[in-house]
Design a protein around this ligand. Structure first.
Ligand code: APR
Ligand code: PHB
Length: 389
């Protein structure tokens, strides 16, 4: 097989890149190790920044998002039984976010790719990227039991943290922080108990109320890093969520049947550079953020918008200047998202072994954010999104 751009991975990064390249008249092939059903039901993120919403609309992939997505103009911070709403438009000159799950973004992009785009091969596992430093890179992959080779002009590793592409970037540097806790996440068939997201800091641990639709709730509970989701009964989960969302007013948490339960580990990770010769890394293949800031998918979008723009510039002018700037351009935005995600995570989670002094610092940070427009604006600007490129 031969193509201009070989894309490894059909998550949000790989699928959106294929769409953007298609719209720019550049052919690509997407190799995805899993089957379509797995990719479309894998529960991950749920918040689209304003910039991501704009990109999906411009790419012709925003029609169902505009019909079914939920526009949110704020979030609630909850701590010491207090409730504080962060008003995004008022603090950011009109920006908001969209609640629309990455499973739905992937379904929309897969449908478009299969209808109009280049080859999207499921159950096609990339085994290695070869010749990244030459002008004839290639991807060795296994598809339907046969080993094949995809000859490319460029290869883009959109294969997530556990993919193979990053290993083909020699002499890279990685920066990492792991956390002693994770999130136990549930999907429940019950109307969300609040019309916006609620981020709760409690002495017993962090809790998050999110949603997938007016009738499906998505909630998370901070748990120790090695927690087994099956070790928690539905009733124990609801009881613990109720404790952590406690307030001084009459707010209450509605319960319902839990349809999915899983534990997400917490990690901050960046690999530099995000390029080696004709190989580029995008999305989770290059960086991971703790989900507290809802940045993972939105960072992937910024990477592939920057890369598609650079590849189109190269095709139109022969100039490599934007390709040469790709890694530095993306990393500036990546590190801002890493800083914000780390701040939100350390602001809201109770760290095992934290000293009373550190506990008071957390409450002082929350008090500052909820009483200073400048501090609140920093959170609102970061949450609704950093500019792309
Ligand atoms: N060959 C082919 N495909 C692979 C390989 C491989 N060797 N290894 C991994 N993949 C596939 C995975 O099956 C997955 O579908 O690559 C895809 C990577 O997708 P994501 O992990 O979703 O990463 P990315 O597209 O960068 O998305 C970034 O979006 O999914 C949300 O919040 C999540 O932070 C994440 C963000
Ligand atoms: C989600 O709805 O899955 C979600 C929302 C906000 C976050 C993380 C996850 O910060």
């Amino acid at each position: 097989m031969r193509t201009t751009v070989g894309i490894i991975g059909a998550g949000p990064a790989g699928l959106l890149l294929a769409r953007l390249l298609h719209n720019a008249g550049i052919d690509s092939v997407v190799l995805e190790s899993r089957d379509r059903a797995y990719v479309e039901r894998r529960q991950r993120a749920g918040i689209l920044e304003q910039g991501t919403v704009d990109v999906l609309r411009e790419a012709g992939a925003g029609e169902r998002m505009d019909r079914e997505g939920l526009r949110h103009d704020g979030i609630e911070l909850r701590f010491a039984r207090r409730r504080h709403r962060v008003d995004f438009p008022a603090l950011t000159g009109g920006r908001s976010v969209m609640v629309y799950a990455q499973t739905e973004v992937c379904k929309d992009l897969i449908a478009l790719q299969l209808k109009e785009g280049g080859p999207l091969l499921f159950e096609a596992e990339a085994l290695a990227v070869e010749g990244a430093g030459t002008d004839r890179p290639r991807v060795r992959f296994r598809h339907r039991g046969t080993e094949e080779v995809l000859e490319c002009d460029y290869v883009v590793g959109c294969d997530g943290y556990w993919g193979v592409a990053r290993a083909a970037v020699p002499d890279g540097r990685s920066f990492e922080r792991t956390y002693p806790f994770g999130w136990l996440g549930i999907l429940a068939d019950v109307a969300p108990s609040h019309d916006e997201l609620v981020y709760a800091r409690h002495d017993r641990g962090f809790a998050l109320l999110s949603m997938r639709s007016p009738s499906v709730s998505r909630l998370y509970l901070q748990v120790p890093a090695d927690t087994d989701a099956d070790g928690w009964s539905d009733e124990e989960i609801w009881d613990e969520l109720e404790r952590r969302f406690e307030t001084d007013d009459d707010w209450s948490l509605r319960r319902g049947p839990i349809t999915q339960k899983s534990v997400t580990p917490m990690r901050s990770y960046v690999h530099e550079p995000m390029r080696h010769g004709r190989l580029f890394l995008a999305g989770d293949a290059a960086h991971i953020v703790p989900p507290t800031g809802a940045k993972g998918l939105n960072l992937a979008v910024g990477d592939v918008v920057t890369l598609a723009r650079a590849l189109a510039h190269r095709a139109a002018t022969g100039s490599e200047e934007l390709l040469d700037a790709y890694s530095a351009t993306c990393l500036r935005r990546v590190w801002q998202a890493e800083r914000f995600s780390y701040d939100m995570t350390t602001l809201l989670h109770t760290v095992p072994g934290a000293t009373p002094f550190e506990d008071r610092l957390q409450l002082a940070r929350l008090d500052r954010i909820t009483s200073s427009r400048a501090a609140e604006t920093d959170l609102a600007e970061a949450y609704t999104g950093f500019p792309i490129g």
